[in-house]
Design a binder for this molecule. Structure first.
Ligand code: BES
Ligand code: MG
Ligand code: ZN
Length: 483
């Protein structure tokens, strides 16, 4: 929980005071709050607090524990490191059992305050559903944070947006067998229940068959779960048309299919629906923020399982738009479900632009690592808009090339195209995007390959702990609210 308050009161169990070295030297600390200033004067005499980045210094003041949080040199301080500092302070052992914390920052710009909000709401998110609690529970108490800042719509919105990010993370972190197509449909139906300007179309196995989404069906053949293409239409604008469609890859588990993934690559594959989760998190935010645009939210859900029913390498399947695809590798399944979803939406909803999000290729992780998602986009203006939202939100993207000659790399001898690129291993993120481009039919299109950024496998990165990051929700929410 996070709320804003106009003035520092020092009335909670603890108070974080965020200070950079310049402010500390100038003694220009904490909104001229005399209590905090007094406390600080004592410390500077002790000479042991230097406001270095990462330094956390406790002072007891009446009934309140004041934690001075050093931010280092102002010129070195990024919004990312500010988020990290807030997270580390809130998770520090000093505050383990503390529930109510006030946060005071001297710097009161909008971007700084937003970063503090995210440092709390994104930074202290923890996935603990399956950890048993005992009475000697050592886990960190969830906090009520009171941030000193004047009430502003933009800050309230930042708080709202973090809830969408954390919804996406919950969906990704939970078991693959729990978060199946039924669960995702129920989640969406709960979000849109009773809301205005909303309609939903769900294509279950029967409808996918009747309409001929043959690639989507092929991917799901080894699974006991039902495949679904779920499309939510939101008409927030008073004008008709000009839809922005967001399409998320929703592979609830990716075994690789008969081209089975080896140990070391398969363990985290419940994250293969992170694109769909980002779309659902954004849907939550759009409804909460009452966005005045026409939008389409689509998630393409299947499970890439093994078994005698599974689709096979070498076989050919027909897509919704009639093009045939030779299966070079059953592990290149994301582009198959997305291809059908893209052409279904292009033909039936005629959007002005499409943004797809997908944990699509290991090659993108090789190229860009875990900090930047790959962006493939059809034109420069669209690219600038996405990159702008990326820069503003810390959902980082890096543009990769796309050009007509790439089409040769996905040709097939027996079908219209193949689902893997040639030569093997060359620019896998680009050839995967090129495959998707074949289904866009000239619609403006941006593709985000989030294979590296969606999930942290390890103890944590930046201001994220282990597991899902919710990548894409902040970027999309910003893009849709800043026309
Ligand atoms: N879901 C994976 C991509 C992935 C890799 C996501 C690492 C998250 C982390 C995707 O379906 C996949 O398996 N892609 C293959 C494509 C190859 C067979 C052409 C890959 O990247 O190895
Ligand atoms: Mg795969
Ligand atoms: Zn996959």
């Amino acid at each position: 929980m996070l709320s804003l308050r106009p003035n520092a009161k020092l009335d909670k169990e603890a108070c974080l005071v965020l200070i950079d070295q310049e402010q500390f030297k100038e003694k220009k600390v904490a909104l001229n709050n005399t209590k905090i200033k007094d406390a600080l004067r004592q410390i500077s005499q002790l000479n042991s607090f230097t406001a270095e980045n990462g330094q956390i210094f406790p002072i007891s003041h009446n009934k309140t524990l004041i934690l001075l949080v050093g931010l280092g040199k102002r010129s070195d301080l990024s919004l990312t490191s500010l988020r990290i500092a807030v997270r580390n302070a809130l998770l520090s052992s000093y505050l383990k059992k503390v529930r109510d914390v006030e946060i005071v920052a001297h710097e009161q710009t909008e971007s700084t305050l937003k970063a503090i909000i995210e440092g709390h709401l994104i930074g202290t998110y923890q996935w603990a559903k399956y950890k048993s609690k005992d009475k000697n529970d050592q886990s960190i108490v969830e906090k009520n944070v009171y941030l000193v800042a004047s009430q502003r719509k933009s800050l309230e919105d930042a708080i709202t947006i973090c809830a969408g990010v954390n919804l996406a993370r919950d969906l990704i972190n939970d078991n693959a067998d729990t978060v199946d197509s039924k669960h995702l449909e129920a989640t969406i139906r709960t979000l849109i229940k009773g809301k205005k300007h909303i309609s939903i179309e769900v294509l279950n196995e029967k409808e996918l068959k009747a309409k001929g989404l043959g690639l989507h069906l092929a991917v799901n053949r080894g699974s006991l779960k039902e495949p679904k293409l779920i499309i939510v239409k939101y008409e927030g604008s008073s004008k008709k048309g000009d839809y922005t469609a967001m399409i998320g890859k929703g592979i609830t588990f990716d075994t690789g299919g008969l081209n089975l993934k080896p140990t070391g690559h398969i363990e985290t594959m419940r994250c293969d629906m992170s694109g769909a989760a980002a779309v659902i998190g954004t849907l939550k935010n759009v409804l909460a923020l009452n966005v005045k645009r026409n939008l389409i939210f689509a998630v393409t859900i299947a499970e890439n399982a093994i078994g005698s029913g599974a689709f096979k390498p070498g076989d050919v399947f027909k897509s919704y738009n009639g093009k045939t695809v030779e299966i070079g590798n059953t592990d290149a399944e994301g582009r198959l479900v997305l291809a059908d979803a893209i052409s279904y939406i292009v033909r039936n909803y005629k959007p002005g632009r499409i943004i797809d999000l997908a944990t699509l290729t290991g090659a993108c992780v090789v190229a860009l690592g875990n900090d930047y998602a790959g962006l493939v986009v059809s034109d420069d203006k669209f690219s600038r808009d996405i990159v702008h939202s990326s820069n503003e939100t810390d959902d980082r993207v890096w543009r990769l090339p796309s050009y007509p000659e790439l089409k040769d790399s996905i040709k097939s001898l027996c079908a219209d195209m193949k689902n893997v690129g040639f030569p093997k291993g060359a620019a896998g993120a680009l050839t995967a995007a090129e495959f998707l481009r074949q289904f866009t039919e000239g619609t403006a299109w941006a593709h985000l390959d989030i294979a590296g950024t969606a999930f942290v496998d390890g103890s944590g990165r930046w201001y994220y702990g282990h597991g899902a990051t919710g990548f894409g929700v902040r970027l999309l929410s910003h893009y849709l609210t800043n026309p």
